[in-house]
Design a protein around this ligand. Sequence first.
Ligand code: HEM
Length: 226
Amino acid sequence: MAHPSNHFQSSVGRKVVMALSGLGLVLYVIFHMLGNLQVFEGSHALNGYATMLRDMPILLWIARIGLLSLAALHIVLAIQLTLRNRRARPVAYAVREYRQASFASRTMAVSGLVLLLFILFHLLHLTAGVIDPSSADRLDTEGHRDVYGKIVHAFQNPFIVACYLTGQLGLGLHLNHAVTSSLQTLGLERAAFNRLIKAAGPTVALLVVLGNVAIILAIFLGIVRG
Ligand code: HEM
């Protein structure tokens, strides 16, 4: 029987781990978007939700460490697989297939990089308060951290809005291809589910991006106010 570490080192093993880590990150992005949509219910709902998360520090830190590990694993494997694919020249590919495959992988590399830059920007902006110190943590009238006020303040600024919309473009392009291809890597492609799996990527991408863009634009256009 193959030793598990040999399996992990093979391209297939790495792709499976990449697919699983990617799908874990997708789940986070979906729940994060659903949580943030509470901005439409007002400050009481969103700040109450944010406080509830912070009131469970052990769970919060387990989730944060899990998220960071998944992201690190996903990025390292993506770099390794890209370098490996580059080294193995596509002699055996038909020209058209190669063009399609390389277009998809180049799109993934570029959108992944845009997404990574966005996440770093986002953490420095909303979590660390480095990019805009005026949006540092404040309390609302109920004594909760005013995450609602922070987001409303943020998306009144056209520069911040442009950065977040660019991030959404990277996120959408990445999810569009990644979700379908991860499900295929995991061998879930069966005749009966084929269309479902092909539709999964674009559907998840569209829903997540629409949810996030709705938040950004509703605030920027003054539909949601402080
Ligand atoms: C309109 C879009 C988004 C909004 C309004 C938003 C909002 C927020 C807020 C309010 C926080 C918490 C800041 C705090 O604790 O004070 C946060 C944290 C975070 N966001 Fe987002 N976010 C958005 C999109 C995204 C996307 C697309 C990703 C990932 C691809 C992401 C990843 C994260 C991460 C990793 C954290 C840190 C979580 C932690 O501190 O435990 N966010 N976001």
